[in-house]
Ligand binder design. Structure first.
Ligand code: ADQ
Length: 465
């Protein structure tokens, strides 16, 4: 393969190096730099005559980028509407939150077509290229590429969960979505469970046949596989080591006054289970106040998707319960729950993680969850903290050294937090070693490499046809 084109809704900011942008950017940049790589996506700007604007081309870290604006209406229907008010809740097993309309559906299709047109226009050599499309915002892009006679291998990776049929079939016109998925050559998901559901959904929709892990549609074969996304373990460890000695970390440490620190780091999203976590922390305080002294729980939750109504409602609920917990338990010189909507640079974040005795990573549902893996990488091997992980995060299928919990059982979470805070050094070390072994062997480089290899294998199979 001479050229790899990656397509995602957003592309990493050229102001930051890929290492400081998190998992996806590192994995994709690695894959792109091995070929004549091009990364395409929305530039984050809304413009009235977006359709008439030529993509902005630039180079960063040896990789070419081409980004383009959207109109306000496109953004409203495609991104806010269909992507985040229909697909996001549905694929996170929350059909009760789905707000579907035909307008949003049409907007999604139109913008997916526009992404496909932009890519097709940039394609230099159909025979020697491959395209890798990312995530739920662009499920239909492969289909529209095919309608533009793009014949090269096209892969798709779903970063978020795939629910079972009884949930998936709630999506109006779900057959069309499956048909659009069948335009790809390779489909990757995060976990075995997601793959099981994907194959079952395809079979039950009646749109295509399933043979083992292969989908057969209209005489074409589509390979599927599990590719758990991960992190750059060495980079995360180095950032944590530096970050733990930064002035911010020193100030955080001094402010704890010897008490243990619990940390949570998430985008403010209802799928992350932050509300249930706050309640569990309240229960912990109620159960153990006299035992641990001043426990501090630091929840860092930068706002996301502020245009979506559900997120405003969640924010309101979190502010209310945080105020309630602090009102109930704070003393004149101690505030147990520190709830922040600020984003921090990665070094600071990793430094904070290294100082925390426990990380609460308790989503109600999550594709993978990179924070869980970052927390493991950030620990001091001589005195590691404890990862408390929801069994509904994709990461739980790999990270069995964590304390696995059910985020819907607040009392159980409180008991487990108690056990985590009093865990012996010996057990902490043993658990951490198991976790670290997994993330070091299954890191972000492996993720990008194995997906591109799978795509290449599809290409080879096509040429053999
Ligand atoms: P997200 O839902 O965004 O990703 P996650 O996997 O946890 O969830 O990744 C978030 C990233 O943002 C992490 O690297 C984290 O460190 C960073 N981050 C979070 N809060 C931050 C803050 N306050 N300041 C700076 N950085 C912060 C989606 C899916 C996941 C899947 C990923 C990758 O929902 O399930 O793991 O894509 O596939």
């Amino acid at each position: 393969m001479k050229q790899l084109i990656v397509v995602s809704n957003r592309v990493p900011s050229p102001q930051k190096d890929s290492g400081s942008q998190g998992g996806l950017a590192v994995g994709v940049m690695n894959a792109l730099s091995r070929t004549d790589g091009l990364w395409m996506g929305w530039n984050g700007v809304l413009e009235e005559d977006a359709e008439a604007v030529a993509p902005n081309a630039y180079e960063h870290e040896g990789v070419r980028f081409a980004t383009f604006p959207l109109t306000e209406e496109e953004h409203e229907l495609f991104y806010v509407g269909y992507s985040n008010e229909v697909l996001w809740p549905l694929l996170h097993y929350r059909p009760d939150m789905v707000e579907y309309s035909r307008d949003k559906d049409r907007g999604y299709q139109r913008v997916n077509q526009r992404f496909a047109d932009q890519v097709a226009d940039q394609l230099e050599d159909n025979d020697d290229s491959a395209i890798w499309v990312h995530d739920y915002q662009l499920l239909s892009t492969g289909h529209f590429l095919r309608t533009r006679n793009v014949d090269c291998p096209i892969g798709f990776f779903l970063h978020i969960p795939m629910p079972p049929w009884e949930t998936f079939r709630i999506l109006p016109r779900q057959e069309r979505m499956i048909e659009h998925l069948c335009a790809y050559d390779t489909i990757g998901v995060q976990t075995e469970t997601d793959l099981e559901h994907l194959l079952d959904n395809v079979a039950r929709s009646g749109v295509a046949r399933v043979e083992g892990h292969t989908i057969v549609f209209d005489g074409r074969r589509i390979d599927t596989g599990v590719f758990p996304i991960s992190i750059d373990v060495d980079a995360a460890r180095e950032m944590a080591e530096r970050g733990a000695h930064s002035p911010r970390s020193e100030r955080l440490k001094a402010s704890l006054r010897g008490g243990p620190l619990i940390i949570g780091v998430d985008r403010l999203d209802y799928s992350k289970g932050i509300y249930q976590r706050f309640r569990a922390f309240e229960q912990l305080l109620e159960n153990t106040l006299s035992r641990y002294g001043n426990i501090t729980y630091l929840q860092i939750a930068p706002l996301s998707r502020t245009g979506v109504e559900r997120y405003a409602a969640l924010r309101h609920d979190l502010e209310r319960i945080a105020g309630h917990v602090n009102g109930r338990f704070s003393s004149y010189d101690w505030m147990p729950l520190r709830y922040l909507n600020t984003g921090y640079d990665r070094e600071t974040l990793m430094g904070f993680m290294r100082q925390s005795r426990v990380a609460l990573v308790t989503p109600l549902r999550d594709g993978m969850n990179l924070v869980a893996k970052e927390y493991v990488a950030a620990q001091d091997p001589q005195d590691p903290g404890v990862l408390m992980l929801s069994s509904f995060a994709g990461a739980a299928e790999q990270l069995d050294g964590a304390m696995l919990c059910n985020p819907f059982d607040v009392e159980e979470m409180a008991d487990m937090l108690d056990a985590a805070l009093s865990m012996s050094l010996e057990e902490r070390k043993a658990r951490w070693q198991r976790l670290h072994e997994v993330i070091s062997t299954h890191d972000i480089h492996r993720w990008g490499r194995t997906f591109v290899e799978a795509l290449n294998a599809s290409a080879a199979a096509r040429h053999g046809e």
